[in-house]
Ligand binder design. Structure first.
Ligand code: NAI
Ligand code: CS2
Length: 485
């Protein structure tokens, strides 16, 4: 348990009066990222006199919430570079709930507190129960099927927020804004889609109310926050003098671009380093394609080559060159971003990836590929196919994902695949012959590849060629060869 009184003097602790905070925001998904990003921003604002406090909610794992409660709703964030380390205690949390042990009713009621103005979330892409290739609600998702039958005891994120919206409307309480902080293009539109489409299936009047009264600001969020490991905890505990099970470590870089569209007020995030804009799309697109696209490329090709961390990939000069080429040759031309020096942006991303203090595992980033491929790689691929231009790095990323989800690494060891479509992937792999037939079978996965890509002969031929090269030569040689071509 974190013991604030025993912390070293250089650890920054809240100087504001925590009793003066009001619970104005509910955040769903108390994961590593939120703890080092939105919660930290709120903490910085509280130091400037803001009273916007958070009610934190986790729907599945309850351990973190229990640990947080044990330490008076406080935890630490440590920013790290190769040679600096800066720890801060975050005190901005006023309530914490776990959907399973406290019950979903308590979570809905938390969102119905009159002062709640914003419900935000970081629940990973799969939490939205949507079709990644289209951005629309997946009505066959088991949790959505459940929530349609049992709207008062929802299981899904869209069902939960819908229940709170409905109840606030019945009680004549002011509406809240719903803000996604997940890595999806137009994450506000996706959130609006899934909640409104769920409402439409229950009550057109409720769907109309949402269209008129609720806003869904989009955001671009950026900060590399890896999952904690035993080793990271051990080093941190030695530094802090007590074990903080809720601790996170992050790079110093912080970016948050927010569409300024809130129905019931918002914190002055601009005073904590955020940019409030009218259109987030160009920022989101740039980040998702250049950063997350290269991350996924490095995750699959790096993992297959035996590189455990992103910083290990950067120690291989050709992987570094490949990541930069993916950003600048393949992704940059596809962007609508204006007035940003994309070469400088790419160089800054490479410098961030080189931070060896941040142990960001390729395996972690490789998770949930079916939810990530469309926006990270395939949107860029489609642009090139329309323009008749090459995009081999993106295609190698796709082929790398196909090799990875086959479930066996280059040493013949099993890979434990983590993906919401894991069963479907396993069945495709089991029922297709290794080689071109496997590629063809995977391309039929409509949730990922839509209806178009499998009919595009140039795309299919080149992905198949790269897939075969990965099989015969391995990931490292294939990446090296592409860079030197
Ligand atoms: P994490 O694994 O620490 O936390 C994931 C959170 O999502 C947990 O609170 C979990 O309870 C919740 N969750 C998972 N599946 C869910 C579901 N089906 N329904 C409801 N809640 C669900 O991961 P982390 O690092 O916090 O990342 C979460 C998301 O934040 C990412 O997927 C990404 O979209 C975004 N993000 C993460 C960054 C990072 O570097 N870690 C940076 C930028 C954005
Ligand atoms: C990563 C991102 O886990 C992943 O898939 O690509 O979480 C990445 O660390 C963040 O988007 C950086 O802002």
């Amino acid at each position: 348990m974190l013991e604030p009184d025993r912390l070293p003097a250089d650890v920054q602790q809240p100087t504001y009066d925590r009793q003066q905070l009001t619970t104005r925001m509910v955040h769903i998904g108390f994961g590593a990222f939120h703890r080092a990003h939105q919660a930290l921003a709120a903490d910085k604002l509280a130091e400037q006199g803001s009273d916007w406090g958070y009610c934190e909610v986790n729907l599945n794992s309850g351990e973190l919430i229990a640990a947080l409660r044990q330490q008076d709703l406080r935890y630490t964030v440590t920013e790290m570079t190769d040679d600096t380390l800066n720890t801060r205690v975050v005190g901005i949390i006023t309530q914490a709930l776990h959907g399973k042990s406290d019950g979903v009713e308590a979570v809905i009621e938390a969102m119905c507190q009159p002062a709640i103005a914003i419900v935000s979330m970081t629940v990973t892409e799969k939490g939205y129960c949507y079709q990644p290739s289209s951005g629309q609600l997946n009505p066959e998702h088991p949790d959505i099927v459940h929530d349609l039958a049992h709207p008062q005891t929802p299981r899904s994120l869209p069902g939960l927020i819908l229940a709170a919206i409905e109840r606030r409307r019945e009680r004549d309480l002011p509406p809240f804004s719903v803000m996604s902080c997940d890595n999806m293009p137009e994450n506000g539109h996706v959130t609006r889609n899934v909640i409104t489409q769920l409402a439409q299936r229950r009550s057109p009047a409720l769907a109309d109310y949402i269209q008129t009264h609720i806003t869904f600001p989009s955001t671009m969020v950026d900060r590399i926050v890896p999952a904690m490991t035993d080793e990271a905890f051990a080093t941190l505990t030695a530094r802090l003098g007590s074990h903080d099970p809720v601790a996170v470590e992050a790079e110093p870089f912080f970016q948050w671009v927010i569409e300024d569209n809130f129905v019931n007020g918002r914190p002055a995030w601009e005073n904590a380093g955020a940019e409030l804009v009218s259109d987030v799309l160009p920022f989101e697109e740039m980040k998702l394609r250049m950063l997350n696209g290269s991350h996924s490329f490095l995750a699959y090709l790096g993992f297959l080559a035996g590189y455990e961390h992103i910083s290990d990939c950067m120690a291989d000069a050709r992987y570094r060159q490949a990541a930069r080429a993916l950003m600048l040759q393949d992704q940059a031309p596809t962007l609508r971003t204006q007035g940003v020096d994309l070469v400088a942006y790419a160089d800054s991303l490479i410098a961030r990836y080189e931070n060896r203090a941040i142990k960001h595992r390729t395996y972690q980033i490789a998770t949930d590929g079916t939810q990530k491929l469309p926006q990270r790689l395939l949107d860029g691929v489609r642009w090139h196919l329309r323009n008749g231009t090459p995009c081999d790095y993106l295609l190698l990323g796709v082929a790398g994902w196909m090799r990875y989800i086959s479930g066996v690494d280059e040493q013949g060891e099993a890979i434990e695949i983590r993906d919401p479509l894991k069963a479907q992937l396993a069945s495709i792999v089991a029922n297709s012959e290794e080689g071109p037939q496997r590629v063809e079978a995977l391309l039929r996965l409509q949730a990922v590849f839509g209806d178009d890509l499998r009919y595009h002969s140039v795309f299919v031929a080149r992905v198949t060629e790269l897939y075969q090269q990965l099989r015969t030569q391995g990931a490292r040689a294939t990446v090296h060869a592409l860079v030197t071509e």
